[in-house]
Structures are given as structure tokens and as C-alpha cells.
Design a binder for this molecule. Structure first.
Ligand SMILES: Cc1cc2nc3c(=O)[nH]c(=O)nc-3n(C[C@H](O)[C@H](O)[C@H](O)COP(=O)(O)OP(=O)(O)OC[C@H]3O[C@@H](n4cnc5c(N)ncnc54)[C@H](O)[C@@H]3O)c2cc1C
Length: 436
């Protein structure tokens, strides 16, 4: 049963909602309610967002969640990019070692990240309330907001954090638009993709060890080794040899099924050949098991505003504030693994801002909303940067094999990438260190 009122209501217990809750508790705000529409058993146990970057690990450290993730993840300093001619370049997060304690991409499944955050939350005394689906959010004037759930229960709240994903009900309730800020195409490709966690019949040594991006004409293929997880209920528990793979479905092909099968993956991988990366991996790529799979559309969108303040003329100025974080506020193409990372940083930074806002409101400070507005506009600027970065990266990847012009200067690109200051540029942006 839900309480009749709370100061802060967090809708959604994905990575962003959980991180916002931990951050608020850490700041001493304990009147927090976090709800999710899915019950514990229905949660996706998949890897989904599989990389934690340096800036995110630094933020997670401030809420006591980095160490256990670092202990269970794989630290990968390099991303290897192959073209048909073999290894084209190696981008190294290791070059960031003078800027961060985490000069690598930490490979860890999203399920593990969520579990670590949820355990930390429980340690601090708060449990996620499930399954509670928000169906409406109304202005309760002097009572704050009135949140109504599918169960029929109603909760009054002063602050509502919308962490309920890309289809956010909270965002719709406060009538905030969500669109792609630029209609620029991604290297001219239409953009459906499939991804899955698989095992192989014959292990391919290179895939086992490295994060690989293999550029193919009109497509590319990406592979990550998935580390064993400590959670007995998950399919990667103590299991070796799982790979996270993803590739695009070129224009003109049928829409992929919601959960692609072994046959589907194998048929497309066979068409994408040659997938051999170097002489170590010349064996055929034969899938043994598909443990989880999905299709997705590559898209970008950003909320028109991240912060909404409801004021009704002639009424007592009871606080009614909505803040959007994570996918509820922004989504981007998957390259560079930015989605969850940015959401976690939005959420971790929000805790201190809300607590400060409460203190300022309590002391009657007129400028209290300014700190929320400033935080919202700084997070929005970061999301815009990320959309731009991920679109540019996709365009660049597609041009590797499809543009004759690009191929003719590829030797120059290779040469340039051997210079550390240039090689460092992509890892710097992907790591979030310049876009915390
Ligand atoms: C299949 C798949 C593959 C992905 N792969 C990648 C990847 O490779 N790299 C990457 O960076 N990102 C990837 N992402 C995106 C990444 O998972 C998201 O960026 C991340 O999950 C965002 O976290 P979030 O907490 O903001 O939202 P979500 O994870 O979407 O969590 C939202 C939560 O809100 C709950 N909720 C929704 N509506 C309501 C409601 N009305 N009432 C109550 N609760 C509600 C949901 O149950 C959910 O638990 C992938 C996502 C999916 C689905």
C-alpha cells in the first residue's frame, strides 16, 4: 500500500530513478517514495546498456555504488575498429589516465547496475514499491500534485521526478514535447537494429577479449564480452563466453521480429560476411544460444524542458515541481553507450539540487527556482551535446566503408590516430569527462 503523501515521488525504478533516490537519501532527504510499474520478477535481466564510462563511475562513487560495480565488471581500455582491410584503429580510454581514476570503459550489464543501485537504496532504508503504474498526475493546488496509480491509489507529492523512460507518462502529463532536435540522417541510413546476448559454438578468441566494432558496407557489427554476474537469477550468472552483439538491418529488409531467434541472427550474420577480423578469428561465426534479444529503432529525442513548475494564480504557493531525468528527458543513438550514462549523471546531480531548493523554499527565498532552472538547462545542454556526438559518430562509422572519398584518405586518418592527442578526442567525449 502506498502512503497518502510524500515530499518526493520518483516514478520509475530504472537506473535513473534508482540513482535519484540514492542521491536524495544521501543528501538527507528521507521523505521519498519510488515506484515502478513492473514487479521485481518482470524486470529485464539483460545487458542493454553495457558500458559505464569514467564520468559516470565518478558520479556513482559519490553515492557509494562504484566500487562493487568495478569489482564485477571488465575494465576495457581499448575499442578496436576493423574495416575489410583489418584493424583500422584502436581508440584508447587508457589515454585518459591523467584525468580520471577510471581510465577505461567498464563492461557490466545494466541489470547488474540496477541491482547495485537497488541494494544500496535498501541499505539506506528505502524499498522500491512495485508494481505501481502511474496513470495520471494532476494539480492538487495546496496539496501539491495528486498522482493516481492503476491500483486506484492516490499520493500527494511536492516534487515528482519523471524517471519513467522514453515513453514517460510524467512528461505527457505535464505536456512537455519530446522530439529530435535535428532531422539530420545518420550517414544516410534508415535505422533499425537488432541486439542480443549470445553464446558461440566455437569460441572466437578476439571477440572474447575485446570490444570490437567491425565496419561493413552499409552496416556495422559490434561485439562486447559480457562478464559473469553475481546474481543467481540472471542468465549471465557465473556463465562464461557470453557476447553482446548488435548490427543494423539495412534499408529494404523486413522489420525484424521483437525477439530475434538464433536462425534470424545467423541468417543475417551469414549475409554480413566476412565477419573475420584477423587471422586469429577465421572460423565461421556460429551461434549456439540466444539468451536475450531485441530489436530497436535508432532515434534521438529531447524533452522541450526538463523542469516544470506549476503555479496557480491566487493559490497558496505550495511547491509543485516536476523534473525529468534519463530516457524520459533524452534518448540518443546507441553508439558510444551514452544513454544510461547520461541518465545516471542527471539523476545523481539532481539530489543536491532538490535538497537545496527545499531549503531555499523553506526560508522564503524568491530565487529558489533559479537553481532548478540552471540545473535543468545544464542537463539539457549535455543531452544536446550527446545527441550531436552520437549522430556524428554514426555518420562517421557509416562513411568508413561506403564513401570512396573517405577510403582514399583513410591512411591519413590512421596516421592522425597514431598521435595521442588526436586519438584521445573520441574517448574523451565518450567518457563524459567533458560533458559530466
Ligand atoms: C532493449 C534495450 C537495449 C538497450 N541498449 C542500450 C545500449 O546498448 N547502450 C545504452 O547506452 N543504452 C541502451 N539502452 C537504453 C538504456 O537501457 C537506457 O538509456 C536506460 O535504461 C535509461 O534508464 P532510465 O532509468 O532513464 O529509463 P528506463 O530504464 O526505461 O526505466 C524506466 C522505468 O520506469 C518504469 N515505468 C515506466 N512507466 C511507468 C509508469 N507509468 N509508472 C511507473 N513506472 C513506470 C519502467 O518499468 C522502468 O523500470 C537500451 C534499452 C533497451 C530497452
Amino acid at each position: 500500500m502506498l502512503p497518502a503523501r510524500t515530499t518526493v515521488l520518483i516514478v520509475g525504478a530504472g537506473p535513473s530513478g534508482l540513482a535519484a533516490a540514492v542521491s536524495l537519501l544521501q543528501q538527507g532527504c528521507h521523505d521519498v517514495l519510488i515506484v515502478d510499474s513492473v514487479d521485481g520478477d518482470g524486470r529485464l535481466m539483460s545487458s542493454r546498456a553495457i558500458v559505464l564510462h569514467a564520468a559516470t563511475l565518478e558520479a556513482l562513487e559519490t553515492i557509494g555504488c562504484a566500487e562493487s560495480l568495478v569489482n564485477m565488471g571488465l575494465k576495457k581500455t581499448d575499442v578496436e575498429l576493423y574495416t575489410g582491410d583489418g584493424l583500422f584503429m584502436q581508440m584508447s580510454f587508457g589515454l585518459l589516465d591523467s584525468y580520471t581514476r577510471y581510465p577505461y570503459g567498464l563492461i557490466v550489464s545494466q541489470y547488474s547496475t540496477e541491482r547495485v543501485l537497488e541494494e544500496r537504496l535498501e541499505e539506506m532504508g528505502l524499498k522500491v514499491q512495485r508494481p505501481y503504474k502511474l496513470v495520471s498526475l494532476d494539480d492538487g493546488a495546496n496539496e501539491g500534485f495528486v498522482a493516481t496509480f492503476a491500483s486506484g491509489e492516490k499520493v500527494n507529492a511536492n516534487y515528482v521526478i519523471g524517471a519513467d523512460g522514453a515513453k514517460s507518462t510524467v512528461r505527457k502529463m505535464v505536456k512537455v514535447g519530446y522530439t529530435d532536435p535535428s532531422t539530420k540522417p545518420y550517414g544516410g541510413k534508415g535505422i533499425q537494429a537488432v541486439t542480443g546476448d549470445i553464446t558461440l559454438k566455437t569460441p572466437l578468441p578476439l571477440l572474447k577479449e575485446e570490444v570490437i566494432v567491425r565496419s561493413l558496407r552499409e552496416n556495422y557489427f559490434i561485439s562486447f564480452p559480457v562478464p559473469k554476474s553475481p546474481w543467481p537469477e540472471s542468465y549471465d550468472h557465473l556463465k562464461d563466453g557470453i557476447f553482446r552483439i548488435a548490427f543494423f538491418i539495412p534499408d529494404g529488409y523486413d522489420t525484424p521480429p521483437p525477439s530475434p531467434s538464433i536462425e534470424y541472427f545467423q541468417k543475417h550474420l551469414d549475409k554480413l560476411r566476412p565477419l573475420d577480423f584477423d587471422s586469429k578469428d577465421l572460423q565461421p561465426f556460429q551461434i549456439d544460444e540466444v539468451l536475450w534479444s531485441t530489436r530497436f529503432k535508432v532515434q534521438a529525442a529531447i524533452a522541450d524542458k526538463f523542469f516544470v513548475r506549476i503555479r496557480s494564480p491566487g493559490q497558496e504557493d505550495t511547491c509543485r515541481v516536476v523534473f525529468l531525468v534519463g530516457d524520459a528527458a533524452h534518448t540518443h543513438p546507441p553508439v558510444g553507450g551514452q544513454g544510461m550514462n547520461l541518465g545516471l549523471r542527471d539523476a545523481i546531480g539532481l539530489g543536491p539540487v532538490i535538497v537545496k531548493h527545499m531549503e531555499m523554499c523553506a526560508s522564503g527565498a524568491q530565487e529558489a527556482d533559479k537553481i532548478m532552472e540552471d540545473y535543468a538547462s545544464s542537463r539539457r545542454a549535455r543531452a544536446m551535446n550527446t545527441i550531436d556526438f552520437t549522430k556524428r559518430t554514426m555518420t562517421w562509422l557509416f562513411s568508413l566503408e561506403s564513401s570512396r572519398w573517405f577510403r582514399s584518405i583513410s591512411w591519413m586518418v590512421k596516421l592522425a590516430m597514431s598521435i595521442p592527442v588526436i586519438n584521445r578526442m573520441w574517448p574523451w567525449r565518450a567518457s563524459g569527462l567533458g560533458n559530466r
